[in-house]
Write a protein that binds this ligand. Sequence first.
Ligand code: DGL
Length: 266
Amino acid sequence: MDFPIGIFDSGIGGLTVYSAIRRRLPGNRILYLGDTARVPYGTKSTQTIIKYSIENTAFLLRRGVRLVVVACNTSSAVSLPSLQSQVPVPVVGVIRPGAASAVSRSRSRRIGVLGTEATIRSQAYLRALKELDPNVRVFMQACPLFVPLVEEGWLDHDVTRRVASIYLGGMRTHDIDTLVLGCTHYPLIKGAIADALELDGGGRVDVIDSADAAADQVADMATAVDGGAGLSEFFVTDSAARFRRVAELFLGKLRGTVTEVDVVHD
Ligand code: DGL
């Protein structure tokens, strides 16, 4: 029995989602596509993000995946309905699971959301949170510098802490009790983000990683392959060597092949 799972992201950050899924489904084959030639998606137009997302999904479907995970928050925010209406297998995004986890954990119903420009502009988290609980107050902040800082490997760095403190200055005044990390890269600087929120000595803020929440949903929907080899195949649209280097910088040894592909023609 085989139940391969396809995951795509604009680049490397979706490996946070990959790791969370791998922990829950150790025996399944996982195909991960990182669109490293066209990253970042977070600063692109809706139309372009949808086009890339459709091409990435078609690539994974040609390789026989039985479930597609849109690990990229930006793609999930903008293109999930288009994908779900066109694709013959289930498509799971990260927005709804992240929002559900936030609503279930927030007591004050004051929730913060951080994301890329495109994710915040789409208001997808706002809609998902309000659908789940119309009484929540939602405070959103785009943090465009976080992605390049993470890709530079500056996870525990003064500059990252300073940038986090500037971005979260407004958030600190909103008295939130829950914060959604609405971008694949942000869990990797969770420490800097949490520290920036606590500067005023306020109460503890529950920081939600939508990667974990999405992985729980995938584990519920997928057929687990017990005793399977748990093979991982990584595909990238540019520079396999850079992908492996940066990935291993923050996630440790990458177990699986990394192949460069042309996502439209291969
Ligand atoms: N993967 C993107 C996200 O989760 C971040 C990187 C990008 O802008 O492409 O929103």
